[in-house]
Write a protein that binds this ligand. Structure first.
Ligand code: ADE
Length: 248
């Protein structure tokens, strides 16, 4: 399984949240390792500049290939394990739980190259894609534009990291959740008190009939998926049985 994440960024302070919560504990326990690298360490000149104006003109700045090349060469060479260079970009492939699970299963590590949103000189991606020991993967968090790749890098690290054995205490909690297991969105959850501000916990969840609870949860997951994510539901239609179809 993947055990180490390296991030190259001009905002290393973004990643202080990796000290917190489950990922923080996994880092302290050595289950996961994190290396956060400031791109400017590989920049030269008095201003340590990492970007320049785009060839062909236009607004914004483009991050320089020479600075990125020095940084990635060093970060990749520092650890002898196979690696995926993940590049967050709104023009990337959508990040899905399927892809996250595949990444978690791979041996080695993930190096995340965070650009600002106007992007990194294209030759950087093309160059590392040619290397036999590196897989380059451009990914997007969704159809909206962030200022840079840092938030997407954190999302990737959390999504992949929590699937690494030992990071989440109770592995059963990984099974039923949205987009894994059944593939449906998750059903709603309730706990005490049984009545709150005039709203009651559905009776079936308090009666102790596990078959009925399972049916209620499945129906609720189907209804939520149909309402919010018809695309998810239509991919699963062929796998639905008669009871499932009756719930729709
Ligand atoms: N950088 C800017 N926008 C992004 C997005 N939607 N996904 C990943 N990286 C990004």
């Amino acid at each position: 399984m993947v055990a180490r994440f390296d991030v190259v960024t001009i905002f290393p302070e973004f990643f202080s949240v990796l000290d917190v919560s489950l990922l923080g504990k996994a880092g302290q326990a050595g289950t996961l390792e994190f290396g956060i690298h400031d791109l400017r360490e590989w920049a030269s000149g008095r201003h340590r500049s990492v970007d320049d104006t785009p060839y062909g003109g236009g607004a914004g700045m483009v991050m320089r290939a020479d600075v990125w090349g020095r940084a990635l060469d060093d970060v990749i060479a520092a650890q002898p394990s196979p690696c995926v260079v993940a590049v967050p970009t709104p023009a990337g492939e959508p990040l899905t739980q399927r892809r996250v699970a595949e990444l978690a299963q791979r041996e080695g590590r993930i190096v995340v190259a965070c650009g600002r949103y106007e992007g990194i000189d294209r030759r950087v991606i093309d160059h590392y894609a040619q290397r036999d020991d590196v897989d380059v993967w451009e990914f997007s968090l969704g159809d909206y534009v962030l200022n840079g790749g840092e938030v997407a890098a954190l999302a990737l690290i959390e999504a992949v990291g929590r699937l690494v054995t030992g990071v989440v205490g109770n592995p059963a909690s990984l099974v039923e959740e949205s987009h894994s297991g059944a593939g449906l969105l998750e059903y709603p959850a309730y706990t005490r008190p049984p009545s709150w501000r005039g709203l009651d916990v559905p009776g079936v969840l308090r009666e102790g009939n596990h078959a009925k609870v399972d049916r209620w949860r499945r129906d609720a997951a189907l209804a939520i998926s149909a309402a919010r994510r018809p695309d998810v539901l239509s991919r699963l239609l062929a796998d639905l049985d008669r009871d499932d179809r009756a719930a729709l």
